[in-house]
Write a new protein. Sequence first.
Length: 385
Amino acid sequence: MKQEWDLKNAFPSMPEDCHDALMRAARSVKEEEPMKRFSVKTVLIAALVLIAGTAAALAASDLLGWSDFFSAFGYRIEIPRTARDILTATEEKTYRVGPLTLTVNQLMTDGRIAVCSATAETADKSPAVISSEIYDAIGANGANGQAAAERMGVDSTASWIDAAHQLKLPFYRVTVYMDVEEKYHHGDDMGDTLWDEKNRCVSYSLVSLNEKNVQDQLPVKLTMLVTQYDAESIEPPAADWASETFAEVKEIGRWRESCDITLPVPAPLQQKTYAPDAPFSFANGMTLNGVRADLTVAGAYVVGLFTLEEGKDFYEAYDGEMDFLDQDGQPIPWGMAESGIIEYDRLPQVEWGAMLNLESLPDALTVVLRSGGTVQQVSVHAQAR
């Protein structure tokens, strides 16, 4: 059954039976999990937060959402008010998946990305260790993982399955993800995890979309997987986290539920095109002709429109880092998609940019390119429509 999503009735009913952060996800079991962790940039930020010992300030009673995700890892991202309104308007829906319940509490799409967050705990509220990973060190999830280890009373270097063994508790692995039809899909899907003050496991899922094919509604299949592993019969590894102990972990139960939903796609809030005083040639062999910006409820997708110099290899030219500055000369942080944009299927034309954390489009921007040891920048100004 498929139904329209009006923020207050997002799901059809479901039968009850129905760090080092850089190392995360490197040793997963061969189970369906079509998501990647957030980008290298994201993971590096999480690692710096871990090194700095920054503590995550998380709500003790409310289910965690996307604002908590970004604040937990110290990202410079304040979700736009329009996105917060949609996310917080999602009616919480709780579903039984085997011995666990999963509460989906936030859903949103802007036509370019779709996001979801869901919280897992045991159906009878009994103690258990619940994670999206099996063999990762608990502390690999930064300050949030360290806090979870402290609440459990185990060392943060212990893996999740070993923590369950030490505490003599059942262990469940949870995966929550969204699927869209191939024509709507574009880029990589990503996911990550937090734990709240009750050590409930919160899964975050993000799908990248092809905005050219997304209309005013987006059909999505939401899938929830729960797998129980035998934590009782294994012995925790010694100090070496790379021990092969994980090879003996046995699956003892698996449950899967899914439902079809249709998310409304809000129209773009604002669109602008920008241009330099004259086409600007960067040292990497690309000439900037203009900038296109589309503001959605989730942020601004800002793309530089380049022409690749004749005879120049694209992969050599695309070897640098591009930033956008606001009218005060301050860097504009990336938006909640935490990803860049690159399109080069119509060479010599290249589109290069990023989703930026903006609630309105400025009248002027500065494009900065760091490449080959050089730093160049050029100002662009909004054009009359």
